[in-house]
Design a protein around this ligand. Structure first.
Ligand code: TMP
Length: 303
């Protein structure tokens, strides 16, 4: 059994040895980790994005995998190619805007609202049933990152709340977890867009407020205040994300403790400006990492 003072230097040493890890300010990271180790599991909460954070960005061949919304692209394309193409056209048009290095967030927001709004209207107008959507998830190309199942279950085992904060579709994440883990772990809380079903279990609306990539902050967290109040002793946050929109997901937490921000970078290595930006906003940047190893090591160290 290692002493509490020994674990942080060991983890920092391990970070240095891993090629996929960039840690721009190791002194600050070590200081945050020391506070987290001192606080232990009882003081910790994990807030994580889902798409391309808990789920994988690409398969071994480098082919892009699916987001939660992307479940509709693939499956609808098989059943109704004209409608499927509409989902794909939306993605081809708006995904480059979401990650455009030139536009500001303010300039991107109207485009994101249009993308989410149009995509959700297509889903509601088609009145997809709950069963059909569960089937879509079963046949989808959403893939957990390596170690994600163990990570989620180890948080549950140590009674550490996991907040899945997703601008994707929360029901799809729920079905995916049920299918992969057998049930949704008790410790898991969702902040996401939920498809609402009518009495025949057909999609009839989406929950409000709409959550898109760039409003994962105080604007959508208001209705979550009772949840954050319940966990108000949890002052140390591990935040996992993959985009610039994820870095304020901890605004609902009532405290002044540290947030350790771990960011998955899925972009091009030639895009040095984007990479530098990730290094500025995330404490730890993981380059094309298909695993949950770093987050798991941090949690293991805290317990
Ligand atoms: P998040 O990873 O921040 O939760 O954002 C969800 C992702 O879903 C975001 O990268 C855009 C993507 N998306 C689709 O792939 N298809 C869609 O129809 C919509 C609305 C979003």
């Amino acid at each position: 059994q290692l002493k509490k003072t020994e674990v942080v230097p060991l983890l920092m040493e391990w970070f240095v040895q891993q090629q996929q890890i960039i840690c721009a300010n190791p002194t600050e990271v070590a200081a945050k980790l020391r506070k987290m180790v001192a606080g232990g599991a009882r003081k910790t909460v994990v807030i994580s994005d889902f798409d391309y954070t808990l789920s994988r960005f690409a398969n071994e061949k480098g082919e892009r995998l699916s987001t939660t919304h992307g479940v509709f692209d693939d499956n609808v394309m098989r059943l109704n190619p004209a409608l499927g193409q509409q989902f794909v056209d939306l993605k081809n048009k708006y995904y480059p805007i979401e990650f455009c290095p030139i536009l500001t967030q303010e300039e991107k927001i109207p485009h994101m609202e249009k993308w989410w709004g149009t995509s959700h209207s297509l889903i509601v107008n088609e009145k997809f049933s709950k069963n059909t959507i569960e089937d879509f998830v079963r046949q989808s190309r959403i893939v957990f990152k390596d170690g994600a199942e163990d990570f989620i279950q180890s948080l549950d085992a140590h009674n550490i709340p996991l907040v899945i904060f997703s601008a994707g579709i929360g029901n799809i994440i729920e079905y995916f977890l049920e299918q992969k883990l057998g049930a949704i772990p008790r410790n898991t809380h969702f902040i996401s867009n939920m498809i609402l079903f009518d009495e025949e279990e057909k999609a009839c609306a989406f929950s409000e407020p709409l959550i898109h990539t760039f409003c994962k902050n105080s604007s959508v967290i208001q209705k979550e205040t009772s949840f954050f109040h319940e966990i108000n002793g949890r002052v140390n946050v591990i935040l996992l994300g993959d985009s610039m929109g994820d870095i304020h997901m901890d605004v609902g937490v009532e405290r002044d403790g540290p947030t350790l921000k771990v960011g998955y970078y899925n972009g091009s290595l030639d895009d040095t400006a984007a990479l530098k930006h990730y290094e500025e906003v995330y404490d730890i940047v993981l380059i094309h990492d298909p695993t949950l190893d770093v987050a798991q090591k941090i949690v293991d160290m805290i317990n």
